[in-house]
Design a protein around this ligand. Structure first.
Ligand SMILES: [Zn+2]
Length: 255
């Protein structure tokens, strides 16, 4: 394929995927099928016409409102439809056209869903995290990380976070991290291997602490406000795919 065809194809695939991810974001936390029924307005239930399903363009043409009932279509829908092709193109620019790209696009899609469901509902659906662990381990048979690295990272990442969660619960007498976070880190481990997973966890913790301290300082939340750690993990994992290898290389020069 020519050098223009692949990015155009990926952008189109990203737009279509983003549209599907919005369906997943809306339905998976409610344990509903993402295949049937066809897309409908989330307020009045009217089935959408084909042109109302066109990613990005439909939202802009409707100015973010349902044509029938006037209910607002959250801007998050538009952001997901834009972020998906953007992340697809970023991954392509780093990896080029190779089998690993398919695994990374799948990971990005799962992370987008988890980012939004945790942010909005403090929920990380098993249907994403558990199938993600399976997909990541299966992909590692063919592409990097090596299968043993994927397995190790999934087990160690999940185990480490489980230990942190247990310790926290013991000390504070309340749940700080849920099982969803643990399964999500195991999924990231299966896709990225132990080194990049460690970077993802580190970046997520730094980001989560910064946001938490910022919100406390600005009086936007008190100490009991549940931070969406899964959303921070999603950002950390995407950042790790982009910055992880230079970061690790730089760290190793310190010795
Ligand atoms: Zn409506």
């Amino acid at each position: 394929m020519s050098s223009v065809a692949i990015p155009v194809l990926l952008a189109a695939a990203g737009l279509a995927t983003g549209s599907f991810l919005n369906v997943c974001i809306h339905r998976l936390p409610r344990s509903r099928s993402v295949v049937r029924p066809a897309s409908a307005c989330i307020a009045c239930g009217r089935p959408l016409r084909w042109y109302e399903n066109v990613p990005v363009a439909a939202w802009l043409a409707l100015r973010g409102r349902c044509r029938t009932c006037g209910a607002r279509i959250p801007a998050a829908y538009l952001l997901v439809e834009l972020a998906t092709p953007a992340l697809f193109l970023v991954q392509y620019s780093m990896l080029g056209w190779q089998p690993l790209l398919a695994a990374r696009l799948l990971l990005c899609a799962a992370l987008i869903v988890l980012f939004v469901t945790d942010l909005r509902q403090r929920m990380l659906p098993d249907s994403v995290t558990l199938s993600g662990i399976g997909a990541g381990l299966a992909a590692a048979v063919v592409v990097e990380p090596a299968w043993w690295d994927a397995l190790l990272a999934a087990a160690a990442g999940g185990g480490l976070l489980l230990a942190v969660a247990r310790t926290y619960a013991l000390l504070r007498g309340e749940e700080g991290l849920g099982m969803g976070d643990i399964k999500m880190l195991a999924m990231i481990g299966a896709f990225l291997g132990w080194q990049l997973t460690f970077v993802a966890l580190l970046l997520a913790t730094l980001l989560g602490s910064a946001v938490g301290i910022g919100m406390l300082a600005l009086g936007l939340a008190d100490r009991r406000y549940p931070l969406p750690f899964g959303s921070f993990l999603a950002v950390g994992a995407v950042a790790a795919t982009m910055l992880g290898e230079p970061l690790i290389a730089w760290y190793l020069t310190l010795f």
